[in-house]
Each structure stands twice: as C-alpha cells, then as structure tokens.
Write a protein that binds this ligand. Structure first.
Ligand code: NAP
Length: 289
C-alpha cells in the first residue's frame, strides 16, 4: 500500500483514482479544482481531499494527474501551490493528461531538479475504459522508475507499456490519434455511401466487420453512427486539442500528415454544426448535413 495523490477528477480521473483506491488498495489524497467533485469522491471511496495540488502531493510516493491540456498541467505542477512545490525526493509524478511531448520533457526536468521522477502516461480506452479499469497506458520515462510505478498504474489498466524516455508516451498517443482520425473518416464515408446506396447498414457491418475492414471504431460506433447519436464518448473539442498537438509535433519532426490535417478541418466543421461535445464519430453528421 503506497501513499498516492490524484489531481484532476474529471470524466477519466474520477474512476481512475477510484481504481487506485479500491483495486490498488492505496492510501489516496485527491485534489480537484472544483472542490465538490473531490468531496463526492471522498464520500464514495474514502481517503482525503486536499485544497491545493501541493497539499495533495505532500508526502506522496506517487502523484497522478489527469487534467485538460498543457496549460492546465503547468498550472497544477509548476504553478502556484502546484504539486512540484511539495514533491518529496524519490516521488514519482505520473501524468495521464493527453499533452505535448514538450511539456512532458519540461516537467521531467522540473521533477529531476527537485529529486523526484516524471512519467508521461497518456491513456486510450475512453470513459468506459477508465470506469472498467482497462485503459491502455503509453509511458515515457526511465526504465527503473517505470518498473517501480507499473504495478501501481496496473490498477486502472489492461496494457501498460514503456515507449522510451520522457515524451515518448505522448508521442505514442499522437500515433494513436493519427490512426483514429483517418479511420473514423473512412468509416463515416463507408456508412454514408452505404446509406445512399439503400443498403441495410447493420447487415453490411455485420459482414464486413469480420473481414479486413473491421476495427474498434466499426465495432463500437457503427450502431450510434447509423442512428445519428453523438451525445456521448470522446468529445470533438478534445480530439481537436489532440490533433493540434499532433500537427505541431509534425511541423517539428517533418512528418507528412495530409489526411490528419484534413480531418482536423472536418472536425472544425462539426464544431460549427454545434458538435463540440459530440463523440468523434460525428464526422458522419458533417457528410449528412
Ligand atoms: N474523455 C475521454 O474519453 C478521454 C480519453 C483519453 C484521454 N483523455 C484525456 O484525458 C484528459 C482528461 O480528460 P477528461 O475527459 O477527464 O476531461 P474532463 O472531464 O474535462 O476533466 C478535466 C479535469 O481537469 C481539471 N482541470 C482542468 N483544467 C484545470 C486547471 N487549470 N487547474 C486545475 N484543474 C484543472 C478539471 O477540474 P474541474 O472539475 O474543476 O473542471 C477536471 O478535473 C484530457 O487530456 C483528455 O484529452 C480523455
């Protein structure tokens, strides 16, 4: 049983912290900007609520974090009353936010400066994956620190991999988002075409999902896409944040991502249709408007 802090009890962080408490059996202190969520979490799982990230991190062996973007992350770490003010020597800060590789390297240096360690650990698997404790976790950091942290991370994960030094977890998550962007557009076009052709989409997917076109998105999203339902899942706003990070990194490393850049613009159109909080499968709504 370790002393664990969790910062950011959103859609993802709330259940992830819950698994660290229940499955991991750890002693948890949680912090959330909107205090009511932290109080609700403590009422449900026990443990303590802190009033600042620094207070949460004070004395913790492992400090987890899952906030929105780079700026949010800086604010709860190196900002005023941020966790890094209180990180004890040898503590491991594990960041589950989807953020840039640059901020991961920056925080790795800041953690090292106070005698602590940093692992960037973005996740894939969505809200359901977080609630069921079966996320895929892509880590960047030192091998010995990763080996120490992995059994703790396991509480909310099905797959935890070390991809390389700090920043490598975020770069891997970028590959994940690049693959999803093009794939969802392809799926949207396939369903759109099938409907225009008068085919029974359920029957079509039933057959083709067993062949080379099958995918997680096809399996888990075709029914709701066919029904035009998007008020759930991974929000378009979040996807655009992720693609912004991807495209900035590509400008830096010279990768050519024409389809990803195009799909990002399609998502901008979905946002203007009122779909900021719609699931990413809403690329079909744009074709049907
Ligand atoms: N949702 C998904 O399916 C999914 C899947 C994979 C990865 N992710 C990534 O996981 C991260 C979190 O996503 P989520 O869906 O859990 O988001 P969310 O529900 O909006 O939660 C965001 C959390 O961060 C906190 N926060 C944001 N800015 C902050 C700041 N400046 N200072 C302090 N706290 C701050 C929020 O506090 P308040 O409660 O006060 O707002 C909230 O606890 C994102 O990077 C997202 O891209 C999400």
């Amino acid at each position: 049983m370790a002393k664990v802090a969790f910062i950011g009890l959103g859609v993802m962080g709330y259940p992830m912290a819950g698994h660290l408490r229940v499955k991991g059996g750890h002693d948890l202190t949680v912090y959330n900007r909107t205090a009511a969520k932290a109080e609700k979490w403590v009422a449900q799982f026990g443990g303590n609520a802190a009033t600042t990230p620094a207070q949460a991190a004070d004395g913790a062996d492992y400090v987890f974090c899952c906030v929105g973007n780079d700026d949010d992350l800086r604010s709860v770490t190196t900002g005023k009353a941020g966790a890094f003010e209180a990180l004890k020597a040898g503590a491991v800060f594990i960041d589950n936010t989807t953020a840039s590789a640059d901020v991961a390297r920056e925080l790795d240096a800041a953690a090292t400066a106070v005698g602590a360690h940093f692992i960037d650990a973005p996740v894939s698997g969505g809200q359901a994956g977080a609630e069921n404790g079966v996320l895929t976790v892509m880590c960047g950091g030192q091998a010995d620190i990763f080996e120490r942290a992995k059994p703790v991370i396991d509480a909310y994960a099905r797959m935890v991999g070390l991809m390389g030094p700090a920043g490598s977890g975020q770069l891997t998550k970028m590959v994940n988002q690049i693959c999803i962007a093009g794939l969802v557009q392809g799926l949207a076009e396939g369903i759109h075409f099938g409907k225009k052709s008068g085919l029974d989409i359920e029957a079509v997917i039933d057959v083709i999902s067993k062949g080379a076109a099958g995918s997680w998105q096809m399996e888990n999203r075709h029914k709701t896409m066919n029904a035009g339902k998007y008020d759930f899942g991974f929000a378009v706003d979040w996807m655009r944040k992720d693609l912004d990070i991807v495209l900035a990194e590509a400008r830096h490393n010279g990768a050519r991502l024409p389809v990803t850049a195009l799909v990002d613009q399609f998502y901008a159109e979905v946002q203007s249709l009122g779909g900021k909080r719609w699931d990413t499968s809403s690329l079909l709504a744009r074709l049907e408007k």
